[in-house]
Design a protein around this ligand. Structure first.
Ligand SMILES: *Cc1c(COP(=O)(O)O)cnc(C)c1O
Length: 396
């Protein structure tokens, strides 16, 4: 179907929740995408950190096809072999002594975390503790409660009344001020993905973790974007040297098949009936995730992932230094990186001219160009992407 017909159909029948770019991609290979006119793009966005092993990955496609030909779904009423194996693998590769619940998205994984926090708060302490502290510029999802957990007031304009019990801290140092008799948990990202790609300071995070432990308040880390080797380790929490009480993850876990996971050291927090999901952890998504983890673990073990991080970061830093009047700073962790752009207008223009030149770059916050390449992107693909970016800067 051609782009114009498809656009018309989309406008007529799909709710208008996205400010879409109307490009019609028809093919993907590695970090390359092709539109219907055959134009090639280098994808530095990976479908927002989702396509962790690139597009058209043969191994992932085989794993999905093999599983689909046999069983896609039976429900959580029965044993699911790849689900148990995936839980074991997440625990073993992370080194965290946890158990896992599987959902279908980041928001849903966070819903699970919120329920863990609330049940913990109910069972521990004299008072019923229910408040959850989150941070300014955070992003935790689009369901009614994760939207309220997201401390960005512009997103709370409609949709109320929201569930009670969310308290916002300005920054890490403000978190202790917000702890009260009824606080049960703190939920935060270690690098805010939608809030401008700013990694928090390692020492400050470790100090906060210690404070929370002393006060018997849960530390819940939203690794929906930072997780699954995006930071250079399976979880950014490992880079920060902390053991959270709860970790949520989703985006890159199954390379594009919808999945979410919430992991916790509170291994017996839930009893049968407390939580559940029809689709969560089914044969298809967990088989896909197992293959993704195998691919990425090997990539990490071989030293290739670390090399790619160094190479990509060096390319970005070099670009920033040589164009300091456009890009004021290079920021990030692992392959979750950002370039601060001098103002919003230039940022918008940059994303658009880069796209014209054949490179997909994302936006984060009000002044950051965000780079989330696939974790197995090649040196050649990186070079080509940066070459195209160089070629379009004169237009700014
Ligand atoms: C994307 C994201 C979410 C929401 O995930 P969905 O799969 O869109 O529900 C939550 N938290 C963070 C940090 C994210 O980046």
């Amino acid at each position: 179907m051609n782009q114009e017909t498809l656009k018309r159909m989309d406008l007529d029948f799909v709710l208008h929740t996205y400010a879409r770019n109307w490009t019609h991609f028809v093919k993907g290979r590695g970090a390359r995408l092709y539109d219907e006119k055959g134009k090639e793009y280098i994808d530095f966005g990976s479908g927002i950190a989702v396509c962790s092993v690139g597009h058209g990955n043969e191994r992932l496609a085989q794993a999905i096809a093999n599983q689909a030909k046999n069983l896609i779904h039976t429900s959580n009423l029965y044993l699911i072999e790849p689900q148990a194996k995936l839980a074991k693998k997440l625990v073993e590769l992370s080194g965290y002594d946890m158990r896992v619940f599987f959902a279908n998205s980041g928001a849903e994984a966070n819903e699970g975390a919120l329920k863990i926090a609330r049940k913990f708060g109910e069972e521990n302490g004299e008072l019923k503790r229910y408040q959850i502290i989150t941070l300014d510029s955070s992003f935790h999802g689009r369901t009614i409660s994760t939207l309220k957990a997201t401390a960005q007031s512009k997103m709370h304009q409609y949709f109320g009344p929201f569930p009670d019990g969310f308290v916002y801290a300005k920054d890490l140092s403000d978190v202790p001020n917000k702890i009260s008799d009824v606080t049960c948990a703190v939920l935060l990202e270690l690098v805010q993905g939608e809030g401008g790609i700013t990694p928090f300071d390692k020492q400050e995070i470790q100090n906060l973790a210690k404070t929370l432990k002393e006060k018997n308040v849960l530390l819940m880390v939203d690794e929906v974007q930072t997780g699954i080797y995006r930071s250079g380790e399976l979880f950014a929490s490992q880079v920060y040297g902390i053991t959270p009480d709860v970790i949520t993850t989703a985006k890159g876990l199954a390379g594009g098949v919808p999945i979410g996971a919430v992991m916790t050291t509170l291994k017996d927090i839930f009893a049968p009936g407390d939580h559940g999901s029809t689709f969560g952890g089914n044969f298809l998504s967990t088989s896909a995730a197992l293959e993704v983890l195998e691919i990425l673990h090997t990539h990490k073990q071989s030293g290739e992932l670390d090399k790619t991080i160094v190479y990509f970061t060096h390319k970005l830093q070099d670009l920033q230094k040589r164009n300091a009047e456009i890009f004021t700073e290079e920021v990030g962790l692992g392959l979750m990186r950002g370039l601060r752009v001098r103002d919003l207008e230039t940022l918008t223009k940059f994303l658009s001219v880069a796209f014209e030149a054949g490179v997909l770059v994302l936006k984060s916050g009000r002044n950051t160009a965000r780079f989330l390449p696939s974790l197995n992107i090649t040196k050649e693909e990186i070079d080509e992407g940066f070459k195209r970016i160089e070629s379009c800067l004169a237009k700014l």
